[in-house]
Design a protein around this ligand. Structure first.
Ligand SMILES: [Fe+2]
Length: 301
């Protein structure tokens, strides 16, 4: 195959068990969002693949992955998934092991090699037996991106080994996005070194921020997909409906990608409050936000 590669990206689907309240109205019903997105996509038999860039499940629970697998099984083309900070490693791998769905680390199509990078790999703990496991408790849920030595070495090795002309990186955490709360200099430095070493990397596609956007990092485009859980635009500060991204990877190494948002009366575009703005701007942390909300609701009781 030598033509254009067509891919559709979903991210941050944050599936919940049936009957679980999506954060008291601060989040969308992600199953409803999935159905609306699938309807919006319509006929997609021409696609080469659907990619999901992590935060598949909201709490990394087995029942959440069962819902996700049922949803992803509705695509007529292969679905390949990489994990996010909400995806506990072993439960994720088992939960996504279904016909038509895979967690392959590298897929070559035409002149492109697609790498599926685990951008939380550096937060995992090494065991004496060589396995890496998640840190204890729920520490994983709010972590920034971190590749660590092993994942970094794997990316180098794949870029050196592939015979494909062009490489594109799928991952959960986009490095240095234009959202202050999601920026992490150590993680950005890991990517600077990789991009410096491999000119055949043409771009990156991620999620995590819930703020669909695209920007440049060392001359490469970085595409950020909408989420299904809640979505935002920063200027002006607005809630956005759920959505996805479409991509065309040309044989000459160029990439065209568009954000697709599924407008519906269930997800009106309306301004968000200053508290959320302070969180995105890095002026308060998630924990401080939780404390402020708890204090306010106690005062109202
Ligand atoms: Fe995330």
């Amino acid at each position: 195959m030598t033509g254009t590669v067509h891919i559709l990206q979903l991210s941050d689907t944050h599936f919940l068990e049936d009957g679980v309240d999506p954060e008291g109205g601060a989040a969308y019903d992600t199953s409803e969002a999935f159905d609306a997105v699938l309807g919006h996509i319509g006929d997609h038999g021409h696609l080469d693949m659907v990619v999901v860039t992590g935060d598949v499940a909201d709490h990394g629970g087995a029942a959440e992955y069962r819902k996700a697998a049922e949803a992803f099984s509705q695509f007529q083309v292969p679905v390949n998934v990489c994990p996010g900070n909400h995806d506990f490693d072993a439960v994720f791998a088992a939960g996504m092991a279904r016909p038509g769905i895979s967690t392959s680390r590298v897929i070559e199509v035409g002149s492109w090699a697609f790498l599926f990078v685990d951008s939380s790999a550096g937060t995992m703990l090494d065991q004496d037996n060589g396995l890496r496991i998640d840190p204890p408790g729920t520490d994983r849920l709010r972590t920034h991106g971190s590749l660590g030595a092993r994942e970094t070495a794997w990316v180098h090795q794949m870029c050196e080994t592939t015979s494909a002309e062009h490489v594109f990186v799928w991952l959960h955490h986009p490095p240095q996005p234009p959202v202050p709360m999601c920026r992490d200099d150590a993680y950005a430095a890991e990517w600077h070194a990789i991009l410096n070493a491999h000119t055949k990397i043409r771009g990156l596609g991620g999620g995590h921020t819930h703020i669909p956007d695209d920007y440049e990092l060392m001359g490469r485009p970085v595409f950020v997909s909408p989420s299904f859980k809640n979505n935002f635009f920063l200027d002006p500060q607005t809630w956005l409906p759920p959505g996805y991204r479409t991509y065309e990877f040309a044989a000459d190494g160029s990439i065209a990608s568009e954000v697709q948002l599924v407008d519906d009366e269930r997800w009106p575009r309306h301004p968000f409050g200053s508290l959320l703005g302070s969180l995105f701007n890095g002026e308060i942390t998630f924990s401080e936000l939780d404390e402020i909300i708890a204090r306010r609701s106690a005062a109202n009781d």
